[in-house]
Design a protein around this ligand. Structure first.
Ligand code: ZN
Length: 780
């Protein structure tokens, strides 16, 4: 510490006494050139470049252009085998430009517009032919179930048309023969050349078609969806109507299939490739510090876009995202011109496959030759070519330490237009980095982004002066992050990301007064949902107690309005939405049941402002082998009120009785796993087990227990119930360790598991408790 301080002082002296030198050094610098970046965008977004679609020749042209520039400027290659490319494969679907669909009746011929009147379905094959259309109802082929819409019609080499949906009266009889998958399979097996699907009843909304499975792909089998106007044209000269036909099928269960005599002309080339090669472009400047060179600062943007659509329109994607790519390139060039010697290694990335699902950046994060744990930060640029002049820089909530450092060191002129924001996953290539715990910031310029994902996102929209602002910001940030001495990699950063990203419930049932007092000024807390209780005053009972509870409730909700960082929970509340706005949702409940015992009807009134009741003594409910009369009435009233009952410390026999008798969900708060029978009942009734994480409990042992419970009842019926307060250090650290244990075997956890355990299960049972029960008639 002392040495560091001394060095800092020396540096300060040096700066003070050498103003001329500093100035000269600045003058010699090659600044980020917005006009130069503009020319890369221009080159990347010409019609000849073809929209840079990964997996297509146009994608390759873009990759090559970028790599050749980086090479020309002397950047070090950072891809596979000393090249600028990191190779991988993507699942690729493509419909070639130039498609046609015409319908030929005896009297007329009409062609239809792609995208408006008809669409090629996912995993369709190609075809160029004219063939008769055969109407086959719903396209169900189940002769063994006495329902065959292919009986008596010849579909060999023809186009079958069938409707979405299925005859509901026959649902039981048909079983999975009515599944879309089996219907498509049947048409193909019986020799049809193509399927056109339509909706049996006219509709105002657009018809995008049906979900087709990958396994159904056949290069010579065409699957299209048509809008109502096409169906109408096919039926125009026929002496029947779809409404009549489906009436017969639906009501009488009699197939109405027939050969229409109307023909379809189909011409399209559609491809599907499970493993199409593509590549990220990667370059670097190796760090100069002996130790820090093994740490990385990554900047990147996706270079791919949407290519050419079946109508031949080119999606140039000048703003999305030739702009971000160009900024990465120009920073690389300027750093080389300036002979930059960053301490850490700087990596410059152009991602492929973003538009097809963040594929390139995800591949990099999973297979990076540069360890992701050693990656200090990532800055993403996506759509930075025009706008108001302000430059949002989002990610502060997840990694405040990085923003704090930048805010301290960035020049004032840059800070003036830089707008830090909360940030988070979603939308672009910073997402996979966040998921790995890397501090990741997303830059997208402020303002309306014209022609987003449309033809017309062209170079003439792009403003060099805006690009310059982004470039200056990111260039300066890279210099700071790559040269800041000391450790920038925080411990438990991946766990911390999970803690912050998940909607976290704090089960420490604190009186609302405490919460307002201690956390009232909170903003952007990792606690997203706080359970707060209205406590029953000792010594009061009956109406006196109830009046007191209701008064406390009124006062509390009035008081809450003063705190901008807190939001009161209502059944319509979205906890996530509040979190994204930096607010912690506070849900009020009742601790104790004395105010309900003598007259449980009051539960309905209390449910106007309260959402749950926590009870640790319910012994009065139970008699010999069942509920007492008092218990029955109590349970009935609480169930119909909409209040969620949370119980603690019931023995196994009583737990079973309650599970069987309750008509609405009960949350059982338990330290240990209940017996198998209880677990099965909880699962069957879709109630919930709250597994208590004790104050001193060992995280590893707890997660093992949690895992057993999850195997038994699924995360849908399970929640983590902390005893330590999560606002405090001990509670937070214990929870981080729990997450750490879970991440050690993350492959076991499926999508949604984390969210269920941390809050979704609770929110589900709350909704279930309200369902059919009283909805609050007024809000506070
Ligand atoms: Zn984009």
């Amino acid at each position: 510490m002392a040495l560091k301080k001394f060095l800092g002082l020396l540096l300060a002296v040096f700066i003070v006494f050498s103003p001329a030198l500093t100035k000269d050094k600045k003058a010699a610098q090659h600044a980020f050139d917005g006009k130069a970046a503009w020319t890369y965008i221009r080159d990347l977004s010409t019609d000849e470049m073809g929209g840079r679609r990964s997996g297509q020749p146009s994608g390759t042209w873009g990759e090559e252009y970028i790599a050749s520039k980086l090479e020309e400027w002397g950047l070090e290659p950072a891809g596979d085998d000393g090249t600028y490319f990191q190779n991988f494969t993507i699942e690729h679907r493509h419909i070639e430009e130039g498609v046609a669909f015409e319908v030929l009746t005896e009297k007329a011929r009409r062609d239809f517009y792609y995208g408006e009147d008809w669409r090629v379905q996912r995993y369709s094959g190609s075809g160029h032919f004219t063939a008769e259309i055969v109407f086959v109802g719903y396209g169900i082929h189940a002769p063994d179930k006495e329902f065959d819409e292919y009986a008596g019609v010849d579909v060999e080499g023809k186009v079958v048309m069938f409707a979405t949906g299925s005859p509901s009266k026959l649902a039981q009889k048909l079983g999975d023969a009515a599944d879309t998958k089996n219907r498509i399979e049947a048409a193909r097996k019986l020799g049809a050349r193509a399927i056109i699907v339509f909706r049996p009843a006219p509709s105002q909304s657009r018809f995008y078609g049906i979900g087709v499975d990958k396994e159904l792909y056949d290069p010579d089998f065409v699957i299209l969806a048509i809008e109502d106007k096409v169906t109408d044209f096919i039926f125009k000269d026929l002496k029947t109507e779809t409404r009549y036909l489906f009436g017969e099928i639906d009501d009488k269960g009699i197939p109405q299939s027939f050969e229409t005599g109307v023909k379809a002309f189909i011409s399209l080339n559609s491809y599907f490739d499970e493993k199409r090669p593509t590549r990220n472009v990667l370059a670097k400047i190796t760090g100069s510090d002996k130790i820090l060179k093994d740490e990385y600062v990554v900047i990147g943007g996706h270079m791919d876009h949407l290519g050419i659509d079946p109508l031949g329109d080119v999606y140039n994607g000048a703003n999305d995202n030739a702009s971000g790519t160009a900024v990465v390139m120009e920073i690389a060039r300027a750093m080389k011109l300036n002979k930059a010697r960053p301490k850490r290694t700087v990596i410059f990335a152009g991602w492929a496959g973003e538009e097809q699902g963040l594929l390139g950046s995800r591949y990099y994060c999973d297979h990076s030759p540069y360890p992701i744990e050693k990656t200090v930060a990532y800055i993403n640029m996506d759509m930075v070519g025009h706008g108001s002049g302000n430059v949002p820089f989002r990610g502060e909530y997840y990694s405040p330490e990085i923003w704090n450092l930048l805010e301290e060191k960035l020049p004032k002129e840059i800070l003036e237009y830089t707008k830090p924001g909360r940030g988070g996953p979603g939308g672009s290539d910073h997402t996979p980095f966040l998921g790995k715990g890397v501090p990741a910031y997303a830059v997208m310029t402020e303002g309306y982004h014209f022609k987003y994902h449309r033809p017309g996102d062209d170079i003439d929209l792009i403003k060099p002066e805006i690009i310059k602002k982004v470039g200056d910001l990111v260039y300066a940030s890279v210099e700071i992050l790559a040269s800041e001495p000391g450790n920038l990699i925080l411990p438990m950063r991946r766990e911390t990301y999970y803690l912050k990203y998940q909607d976290l419930t704090n089960f420490k049932f604190e009186p609302l007064g405490h919460i307002l007092e201690k956390h009232g000024d909170v903003r952007d807390s990792h606690v997203d949902l706080q359970l707060a209780v209205v406590e029953e005053k000792e010594g009061l009972s009956g109406d006196e107690l109830r009046v007191d509870v209701i008064n406390a409730l009124f006062d509390a909700t009035e008081e809450m309005k003063k705190f901008k960082g807190l939001a009161l929970y209502l059944p319509s509340t979205s906890v996530s939405m509040n979190s994204r706005q930096g607010r912690t949702t506070v849900m009020l409940g009742l601790k104790g049941i004395n105010s309900l015992r003598d007259n449980p009807k009051w539960a309905r009134f209390l449910a106007e402002g309260l959402h749950f009741v926590v009870a640790d003594d319910l012994s009065f409910l139970f008699g010999e082998g069942g509920l007492t009369e008092e218990g029955k009435t109590f349970l009935k009233e609480v169930n119909s009120s909409g209040l969620l009952l949370m119980v603690k410390g019931l023995d196994a026999a009583r737990t079973k009785i309650l599970l069987e008798e309750a008509k609405k969900p009960v949350v059982f708060l338990e330290k240990e796993l209940p017996d198998k029978e209880i677990l099965e009942l909880i699962k069957k009734k879709e109630y919930a087990l709250g597994l208590i994480l004790g104050t001193d409990e060992e995280p590893a042992a707890y997660v093992q227990k949690l895992e057993q419970a999850r195997e038994a009842i699924g995360s849908r019926c399970l929640m983590i119930v902390n005893e330590n307060c999560l606002w405090g250090t001990a509670g937070k650290e214990q929870m981080l360790k729990v997450i750490s244990e879970m991440l050690k075997e993350e492959e076991k956890y499926e999508r949604g598991d984390f969210s269920n355990l941390f809050s979704s299960t609770l929110q589900r049972v709350l909704r279930m408790a309200r369902g059919g029960g009283a909805q609050p008639s007024f809000s506070y």
